[in-house]
Structures are given as structure tokens and as C-alpha cells.
Design a protein around this ligand. Sequence first.
Ligand SMILES: C[S@@+](CC[C@H](N)C(=O)[O-])C[C@H]1O[C@@H](n2cnc3c(N)ncnc32)[C@H](O)[C@@H]1O
Length: 234
Amino acid sequence: MKKTGCFYGVGVGPGDPELITLKAHRILSQVPVIFIPKKNDESESMAYSVISGYIKGREVTPLVLPMSYDREKLMVHWEKAVDTVWQRLEKGDDCAFINLGDPLLYGSFIYIWEILRELHPGIKVEVISGISSVNAAAASALVPLAINNDKVAVISGKCDDGFIRETLQKFDTVVFMKINRMFSQVRGILSELDMSKHCYYVKQATTGTEEVITDLGRLDNENLDYFSLLIVRR
Ligand SMILES: C[S@@+](CC[C@H](N)C(=O)[O-])C[C@H]1O[C@@H](n2cnc3c(N)ncnc32)[C@H](O)[C@@H]1O
């Protein structure tokens, strides 16, 4: 029986092509096919832009994985993507699926892997960790994420006010990913808790368009970038 290929989840780091690991680079140079998640057919992939200079002439296959909270709609796309990947793995080809930052931190790799593993138990999987946007943004803002016994929380997506308030009070550092979707809510709670002076908004960390903003007032009524996060450090 033919051996199936290995499914590599490859973290390509936060945006700067120099922040890709040597191992990720090696795997991407070796595998016969690289899968790239995209929001839709027309959208650009930031993960692809990180590696494009390194993979000239290599086979690249986009997989459309829309952003949505509608699980049924998502499932249709995830299953289609899994089918595309499986067709290559089944032939014995090793496959790489790239993710911005680290694949296991809110990475779309996780969904594909979970479905693949359910449909094809025993499949060989390897994850190449990448520098996450959390680490990269802290470096850009020159703010420690933790020292000594500090407690760190990472939040992403919708939360109610009570949860946000409690997290800000209990943790020494709180990182809000996908802050574009919840900025005005978080901003209101930070003002109420008098914590607005301890904030670092980081947009497109490590890229040529990076911005670090500490005066949150500058962001009020702005349309914030998807590739941005907020670090609150007490
Ligand atoms: C689906 S999560 C992916 C996280 C990624 N796997 C990681 O390890 O960083 C997408 C969120 O990550 C954050 N993000 C990703 N890249 C970023 C960057 N270069 N600068 C700032 N935030 C970024 C943003 O908050 C964005 O909404």
C-alpha cells in the first residue's frame, strides 16, 4: 500500500519574511505543494506575501476559507479544502499548509487538521511553530508580556463587558487579538477602569506598514485594520 504524505502546518511568522524559521523555510523548499488559506478568490494572502520571495517556481494552491461565524457555511469550505489536501496526501505527496504567526494560535490550520484527522485517523501531521503576532507586537511596542509570576491572557473575538472587565482586573497583561471587531467596547471599559494609559495598539507588526499607537484616542471612530491587536500591560 502506498504511504500517504505528511501534512505540515507551517507558521510563517507575523509578516517580516526575515522572521520565518529555518525549519519552515526548509519544509517549504522541499514539499511538492504549498496550500495557502485565503478569505475569498480575490483576496490577497498576507501569509503568502511573507513566503513569496522564497518559493519561486513552487506549486502553490489557494484554499478559500472565509471568515464567518456561520459554522454551517464554514464547514462547506473546510470540507472542500480538506478534500483538496487529502487528494495530494493520498498520492504520497507531503503538503504544507501555511499560517501567519503560529498555526496553533487561532490558525485556520487547526480546523483543516481536525477534519482530516477525523476522516483519516493515523494521518501523519507535523507542526512547525512560528513567531506569533503576540510576540512580534510586544517586540514592536517594546513592552514585556510577562515577568516573574505575571499572568497573561489572550482574548480573541466577541466577549461580554463583564468578562473583559474581569480579565483586565485579574491579569497583568491582556492581549486583544482581532481588536478591530471590539475596539469601542474595550476602549469604554479601559476608560472606566482608568487603564487607557497602559495600552499599545500594534498594526501590521513587523511589516513595512507597522504602527504602534499608545494614545487610544487617535483610534476612536477609525476603521481598524484586521491585522492589529491591543496589548494592555499593568
Ligand atoms: C486568526 S488570528 C491569527 C493569529 C496568528 N496565528 C498568530 O499566531 O499570530 C488573526 C489575528 O492575529 C493578529 N495578527 C496577525 N498578524 C498580525 C500582525 N502582523 N500585527 C498585528 N496583529 C496581527 C490580529 O489580531 C488578527 O486579527
